[in-house]
Write a protein that binds this ligand. Structure first.
Ligand SMILES: [Zn+2]
Length: 411
């Protein structure tokens, strides 16, 4: 059988897994009849789906592959191995945190020592003023840059418009490009981009907790431009769609969330923030446009930017909290306390993150480690901060590539 036949079986398998786990399918915009078939009747048993995954993997291994489609087979194999591992998990198999990350995302997350976090806290100690612990001073500084609820939408819309304009100059957005924002509550995440196909996305922003100013641009760029929305739109354009624009590779019409594609997706979405808004440009835009729009004092923008610079290191605290909690070395309260201490979250934010970890588990590595690996990959090829055009070009190449972490040599 040709690759396209195995690809079709892969899509149907992923849709069938979605019957057992509502989070497993992040996006699907292939034939509607396949979705209807997957949703009809009783879910296919997990053991049967695992056998099916093995059958497709064996088939791919023996398929005749034209030279131009080797990358296609690599992609399918990598995604399928992850789907098989996720099925094992659904059947009750318990992976260690590191084994699970490797099985699903093709990377083994390194450990970050508490000494590294303590060093970042010591640097923050110099930046944050006033009495109290670093954590208390961070929260006070953050309270000064909370976007008032009635300004949230105006701030987001301005951030999205600017992120889109900057991205449009470097990436070929489809003519149908469209991005809609909805506000929701009671979710395990703070925002989510739901790609609909046809160049359109719905981004949902969770209003359970107050939104600080830095999140406005983070979310606009991460979920939208040049992040998830653009990543999905470019893959659709170049691969899922048929000729002449695309290659008609049907496997790109489905996106299984627990797969190595997610390390690329989250890593590029995070790194894309600074590609679109390099440090000084970000500060200028936040200070001159977003702070006034939110009715906040623009004089706070500079200090807040310096504080945020240290958060890159502290972001890795999520991995350590999740590893300790999921491997059984930390109780829930201890894991939350770890996040309050090292990622400077409020108690409520730490509780929200634990809910995320309960649901998505080792997925947390895709944000911080994904960003780190993507940045290293781009910089290795000359896409450094002093070469912004090259950086954009490499970035756009990466978000319109079918290559997974292993094929990219990310790790
Ligand atoms: Zn994301």
């Amino acid at each position: 059988m040709a690759l396209s036949g195995w690809a079709e079986d892969y899509v149907k398998l992923v849709l069938a897994v979605g019957r057992h786990d509502a989070n497993a399918v992040d996006a699907y915009y292939g034939p509607q009849s396949w979705r209807e078939a997957a949703e009809a009747g009783a879910p296919r048993p997990l053991a049967e789906l695992r056998t099916e995954a093995r059958r497709i993997l064996a088939g791919l291994g023996g398929a005749e592959v034209p030279a131009g489609e080797l990358v296609r087979r690599d992609y399918l194999q990598g995604q399928l191995e992850a789907v098989a591992a996720h099925l094992a998990r659904l059947e009750g198999h318990r992976f260690s945190f590191d084994d699970e990350a490797e099985a699903l995302y093709q990377v083994r997350p390194p450990r970050t020592s508490e000494a590294t976090f303590e060093a970042a806290l010591a640097r923050l100690d110099q930046v944050l003023e006033g009495p109290g612990s670093v954590q208390e001073r961070y929260q006070r500084a953050r309270e000064r840059v909370i976007v008032p609820p009635d300004r949230v939408d105006a701030v987001f819309q301005a951030a999205i418009a600017e992120a889109r304009e900057r991205t449009r100059r470097h990436a070929p957005l489809p003519a149908s490009d469209h991005f809609r924002v909805e506000y929701v509550r009671d979710k395990a995440w703070s925002a989510y981009n739901w790609y609909q196909g046809g160049g359109t996305s719905v981004i949902q922003v969770n209003l359970d907790l107050p939104i600080a100013m830095d999140r406005a641009l983070d979310l606009a760029a991460h979920e939208g431009y040049p992040g998830h929305h653009v990543y999905n739109a470019l893959l659709e354009q170049r691969f899922a769609q048929g000729p002449p624009g695309g290659r008609g590779w049907v496997e790109f019409t489905v996106y299984p969330l627990f797969s190595p594609q997610s390390l690329i997706a989250e890593g590029t979405a995070n790194f894309g923030i600074e590609v679109a808004f390099p440090g000084p440009e970000r500060l200028a835009f936040e200070r001159d446009v977003l702070f006034p729009l939110a009715g906040l004092d623009p004089a706070e923008a500079d200090r807040w930017a310096r504080v945020q610079a240290e958060m890159k290191t502290l972001a890795f605290a999520d991995n350590e909290a999740a590893r300790g909690y999921l491997d059984g070395h930390l109780g829930r309260a201890e894991a939350e306390a770890f996040l309050v201490r090292y990622s400077l979250r409020t108690g409520a934010q730490a509780a929200q993150r634990l809910r995320f970890i309960d649901t998505y588990r080792s997925y947390v590595i895709n944000y911080n480690l994904g960003e780190h690996l993507v940045r290293a990959w781009v910089e290795r090829q000359g896409g450094t901060t002093d070469a912004p055009d090259r950086r954009w070009a490499l970035f756009v190449d990466l978000i319109s590539s079918p290559r997974l972490p292993r094929a990219l040599g990310l790790c």
